[in-house]
Design a protein around this ligand. Structure first.
Ligand code: NDP
Length: 309
């Protein structure tokens, strides 16, 4: 299943709120989608950079902003913390490792808003440097959330992205560094314009399999699970951008990956130079690229600047 290429990028029509009953009369069954209200969704936003993104969007975005979290209690606490600052995000449960949670959320946004205008895939994990969990486990667990689960989000949410939409995948400069440590043939594939999603998924699976058998370095992979997960996510963003340009050329959707910088959060620790608010600047910039903008698109962006890949 992982390797199958989804042909899901074409927009689906919003669920009709009206159903034709057997007598031939129309009855309202569910509230009509509020098509005119714009909506932004941020994954993993109960704390850290995601919470700072939601805070910034609540101040700057002309539409509903959804704080989402895998744990409802942590999510509600985060909503309450913003409410005490006079901000009013909405909330939806969303665990990107749970396909049922993803499809439930996707159905909700389709039903209520007729789609999604801004999606920020921020949720991510990293083992600490001092963690003694064996590398094969770290590789499998890290890739599962940062690459495969984020890909599941994109598989189910990209078809919902409305014309003029913005998709931001929070990747990392560590992914660029990992790319540069791959053997040349791998680097060539990750950088190529013709790599498909299917091929990328195969490469990510190969990294995990070789990590499990202790042969990843022999296979030309670097010794970093987090780095490879983000190499995969940046490459996936570029693949999706190219595909959207081809399949929905008139819709003006912009898809980018970014690095927030090194940010003081539970993930990166308190020695990092940037505050979460500073870390949110580039993801929010990409989410709010003005109507009609054509770039950046399919790029890796840091400090609001396109970076070499
Ligand atoms: P935090 O650990 O502070 O926050 C991570 C967030 O992701 C939490 O809300 C966490 O929820 C959530 N999350 C984890 N797994 C899932 C899941 N399966 N479903 C939904 N949510 C999930 O990290 P940061 O804020 O630092 O990181 C945010 C993003 O920025 C990550 O993608 C990270 O890789 C990236 N990044 C961070 C850098 C930094 O210096 N901090 C540098 C470069 C990139 P919960 O509270 O439930 O665990």
């Amino acid at each position: 299943m992982r390797g199958r290429q989804p042909a899901l990028l074409l927009p689906e029509l919003p669920h009709s709120s009206l159903q034709l009953h057997s007598a031939g009369s129309l009855h309202t069954t569910t509230p009509a989608p509020i098509m005119s209200t714009k909506v932004a969704v941020v994954t993993g936003s109960n704390k850290g950079i995601g919470l700072a993104i939601v805070r910034a969007l609540c101040k700057q975005y002309q539409g509903d902003v959804y704080l989402t979290a895998r744990d409802v209690t942590r999510g509600q606490e985060a909503v309450n913390s913003l409410a005490s600052d006079g901000l009013k995000p909405k909330f939806h449960q969303l665990d990107i490792n749970d396909l049922n949670s993803i499809t439930t959320a996707a159905a909700y946004f389709k039903e209520k808003y007729g789609g999604v205008d801004v999606l920020i895939n921020n949720a991510g994990i990293a083992f600490k440097g001092a963690d003694t969990t064996p590398f094969p486990v770290q590789a499998e667990v890290t890739l599962k959330t940062n690459f495969f689960a984020t890909r599941d989000m994109l598989t189910h949410f990209l078809p919902l992205i409305k014309a003029g939409g913005r998709v931001v995948n929070v990747s990392s400069f560590v992914g660029s560094r990992a790319l540069n440590k791959c053997k040349p043939a791998l680097q060539q594939r990750f950088r190529s314009e013709d790599i498909t999603e299917e091929e990328l998924v195969g490469l990510m699976e190969q990294f995990v399999e070789q990590a499990k058998s202790g042969e990843h370095e022999k296979g030309g992979w670097p010794d970093t699970a987090y780095g490879m997960s983000k190499t995969g996510l940046t490459t996936l963003s570029m693949i999706h951008a190219r595909r959207l340009s081809k399949e929905r050329p008139k819709d003006g959707i912009l898809v980018n990956a970014c690095c927030p910088g090194w940010v003081r959060t539970d993930m990166a620790g308190d020695k990092a130079p940037k505050s979460p608010e500073e870390g949110a600047i580039t993801p929010v910039y990409l989410a709010l690229l003005p109507a009609g903008a054509t770039d950046p698109h399919g790029k890796f962006v840091s400090d609001k600047e396109v970076q070499p890949w």
